[in-house]
Design a protein around this ligand. Structure first.
Ligand SMILES: [Zn+2]
Length: 199
């Protein structure tokens, strides 16, 4: 196989949920396309990779030109509710369901002995700062219903120093054991969010 094509397939095969067969199909489709899709994709990737960074407050990916992300800039979202999620795809899922109108905090992963993810690898210090500095009344954990999700939730609760009137809650029924937030349909997520349990 041509080494340039091989290199490209290897890069695509590293992407989440893509194996080498899917990577081959994508590369073939891009290289055989005559409408400039490969160039458009390359340009869009370069542009995003050089200008998109995590929001310094919550971790949502945003354009460096504007600094804070759309959620942190939106004053109507400053309603005292802070939803703690694992990553940006969970934010997108929650936004799609339109059930939550507060602010987010992305941890950037979950504690895991298997994957070797330690507390310092997650944005927990940033969360502790926000709890001290922002006027937060409720912290909602929307983490996966897995051992890692629960371990992370308990660890975060044990080390953050929240005022006694700050409420903690977690998503209720509907999130299956072992379930990821970003796989839930809007209806299930709305139920889980609306029926959240106080901790
Ligand atoms: Zn933000």
């Amino acid at each position: 196989m041509n080494s340039k094509i091989e290199k490209l397939i290897k890069q695509f095969a590293k992407l989440p949920r893509l194996g080498s067969r899917a990577a081959q199909r994508i590369v073939l489709s891009l290289l055989q396309d005559k409408t400039g899709r490969a160039e458009n994709l390359a340009n869009a990737l370069l542009d995003a990779a050089s200008t998109i960074r995590p929001c310094p407050v919550c971790g949502v990916l945003t354009d460096t030109n504007v600094g804070l992300c759309e959620f942190c800039r939106d004053a109507t979202r400053c309603n005292g509710q802070l939803c703690v999620v694992r990553d940006l795809s969970d934010v997108w899922t929650l936004e799609k369901s339109a059930i939550f109108h507060g602010r987010y905090h992305i941890l950037g992963g979950l504690l895991s002995g298997v994957a070797g993810t330690l507390p310092d690898d997650l944005n927990i210090a940033g969360l502790a700062n926000r709890i001290r500095q922002e006027n937060i009344t409720e912290i909602i954990f929307a983490l996966p219903n897995t051992i890692e999700g629960k371990t992370t939730q308990h660890y975060v609760m044990s080390i953050i120093d929240a005022a006694p009137d700050v409420r903690f809650s977690e998503l209720a029924s509907g999130v299956p054991l072992g379930g990821d937030i970003d796989y839930l349909d809007d209806g299930t997520l709305s139920l889980a969010f609306g029926g959240r349990r106080e901790l």
